[in-house]
Design a protein around this ligand. Structure first.
Ligand code: DX5
Ligand code: ZN
Length: 228
């Protein structure tokens, strides 16, 4: 189980200081947006590299950009631990996943809310992680989409059926209100932006989120124990 706060809701003028406020985090989630795949523009490779130089936390890059096949390998070359690209933005997701792994990154496939997981069951072994968006990508601070909970469970079941050891990350609207249901559904990597960086004590919020997950029975655990 991992909590990876998104710096999208942090103070972009003081990123190093902001990241220093979350020592209990398991990683730092960095949202790269190109104003085409989503209607928002954030940062690119130079800032990813600057963030990486400012922290020992593993970096989890979430690419919300068109033409992922062309650009994602550049982000793997930065040394980021995990690179998520969106299946809707890739012509050749298997080739790209293999390229990311060859460059030393964990390969992660992102799905917008309207994109089903079922067509990708046979491809799951090409990935280390699936990112299930629980808001429409583009902005922090949106309301969690309850309708994504069944997709999380179906992803966990598909991974189990295909015998793949897969991390399932949820991103969008994750907070103390919603994180337990995500964990119960089968998620095990949790991105939280506004919940962490609008808290008076961001690190206390990271720890509280982790405790909430630890207290929730997860579908992954139930499946492993043969209970379903
Ligand atoms: C949204 C980004 C998220 C965002 C989440 O498109 O991918 O990582 O920072 O923010 P919250 O947790 O506020 O929904
Ligand atoms: Zn994100």
């Amino acid at each position: 189980m991992q909590i990876t706060p998104s710096i999208l809701s942090a103070d972009f003028a003081r990123l190093a200081d902001e990241i220093a406020r979350i020592p209990s985090a398991d990683g730092v989630h960095v949202d790269v947006m190109d104003n085409h795949f989503v209607p928002n523009l954030t940062i690119g490779r130079p800032v990813v590299e600057a963030v990486m130089a400012a922290t020992d936390h593993p970096i989890d890059v979430h690419l919300m950009i068109e033409n992922a096949d062309r650009w994602a390998p550049e982000y793997a070359e930065t040394g980021a631990k995990t690179i998520t690209f969106h299946v809707e933005a890739s012509q050749a997701p298997v080739r790209l996943a293999r390229e990311l792994r060859r460059l030393g990154a964990r390969a992660s496939l992102g799905l917008r809310p309207a994109t089903p997981i079922e067509p990708y069951g046979d491809l799951l072994r090409e990935f280390d992680q699936i990112l299930i968006m629980t808001v429409e990508p583009g902005f922090g601070g949106q309301k969690f989409l309850e309708s994504m909970l069944p997709k999380i469970s179906r992803t966990r079941e598909l991974a189990q059926r295909h015998g793949v050891d897969l991390a399932i990350q949820v991103d969008g609207g994750v907070s103390l209100e919603t994180i337990e249901r995500c964990a119960q559904a089968g998620a095990d990597v949790f991105v939280a932006g506004s919940a962490v960086f609008t808290a008076d004590d961001p690190d206390a919020m990271v720890r509280a989120l982790a405790q909430a997950v630890a207290a929730a029975p997860s579908l992954g655990q139930v499946l492993l124990e043969g209970g379903c």
